[in-house]
Design a protein around this ligand. Structure first.
Ligand SMILES: NC(=O)c1ccc[n+]([C@@H]2O[C@H](COP(=O)([O-])OP(=O)(O)OC[C@H]3O[C@@H](n4cnc5c(N)ncnc54)[C@H](O)[C@@H]3O)[C@@H](O)[C@H]2O)c1
Length: 308
């Protein structure tokens, strides 16, 4: 199992570290455009191997895609992150060009690769990879919902004053402050709906804090977060690499599911060795359906800014 991570910055390096720590991949290649940067991060990470007990080989490359040849999975984190006060959508001008070039270069050297898109605005970047490459739709996956769901569970656990392992919940929709649809009506504590424990006000607090989860961290850190994003990506990579058939909300190309067409947006999917093996259509309330439509309209508006 060979995994390439393009962009050796905050999210890419964190993702490579979690993949290595989970010890399921033979090799991780980090690639960055900044001279020596990926090599340095790879060497530093390899020097944690004996300390952390993993055997995954991590190597670095400055823009040399021949080093990525034969990758089974590739993660695209290259591009700029947002600064405080910015929306993810504002990154499109710079990131679209980067993501398109990176995806094409990856496929040239690894025709059987499955691509996980992380760069923002993620749903639009995932759609761009579909349009710019001939990869089948099951092999292009956008990561956003796995992270947003982890942030949702964090806030649910806080509101419930419960351990996170007691809590389950999922966020679908677009990966943006306005577009996220945290499914509070489906969230549970040990299979009991959270509405049994939380007031309307508390549930609204959980939903609102989840939606601005990324912006809150950007305000605190001065740039976007990396630990939870890296961990979320590593979860998707592991599900594919180990054929786990796990369900995550991921940005997927929809062809009628959820009443949506020609769009990549977060919906529950089953991930296994073939990438997206199934799009799961769950029953949504009328309010949730309306939020999903509104979210899709926002993503389509951003997609409209793409130039092919
Ligand atoms: N989808 C999500 O849930 C999620 C979460 C966090 C961050 N992000 C996004 O991920 C991206 C990366 O964030 P970060 O914090 O790691 O940023 P970062 O600046 O720390 O790292 C980005 C790296 O990409 C490299 N790069 C730029 N152009 C490149 C190219 N053409 N080829 C190869 N490498 C190139 C840069 O040199 C840099 O090292 C941003 O767009 C950010 O918004 C998405």
């Amino acid at each position: 199992m060979k995994v390439t991570v393009v962009g050796a910055g905050a999210v890419g390096a964190s993702c490579a570290e979690y993949i290595a720590m989970k010890n399921f991949a033979a090799e991780v290649v980090l690639l960055d455009i900044k001279e020596g940067y990926a090599e340095g991060k790879a060497m530093d990470l390899m020097q944690t191997a004996s300390l952390n007990g993993f055997d995954t080989k991590i190597t670095g490359s400055t823009s040399d895609y021949s080093k990525t040849a034969g990758s089974d999975i590739a993660v695209i984190t290259s591009g700029i992150p947002r600064k405080p006060g910015m929306t993810r959508e504002e990154l499109i001008g710079i990131n679209a060009g980067i993501v398109k070039t990176v995806a094409t270069s990856l496929i040239e050297h690894s025709p059987n690769v499955t691509i996980i898109v992380v760069s923002n605005p993620m749903d639009t970047m995932t759609y761009l990879v579909h349009k710019a490459t001939g990869l089948p739709k099951n092999r292009i996956i956008g990561m956003g919902g796995a992270l947003d769901s982890a942030r949702f569970k964090y806030r649910l656990a806080q509101a419930l004053e419960a351990p996170i392992s007691d809590v389950d919940g999922m966020v679908i929709g677009g990966h943006s402050d306005k577009g996220m649809v945290p499914l509070i009506g489906h969230a549970t504590r040990n299979s009991v709906k959270v509405s049994e424990f939380l007031s309307e006000d508390k549930m609204n607090w959980v939903v609102e804090e989840t939606k601005v989860g990324g912006a809150t961290l950007t305000g605190l850190l001065g740039t976007s977060a990396w630990y939870a994003p890296g961990a979320a990506v590593s979860g998707l990579v592991q599900a594919i690499a180990c054929d786990q058939k796990k369900m995550f909300p991921c940005s997927s190309l929809l062809e009628g599911e959820y009443g949506l067409e020609d769009i990549c947006i977060g919906v529950p999917v089953i991930l296994g060795k073939n990438g997206i093996e199934k799009i799961v259509e769950i029953e949504l309330s009328d309010a949730e359906k309306a939020k999903m439509q509104e979210s899709a309209a926002g993503v389509k508006k951003t997609n409209g800014l793409l130039e092919f």
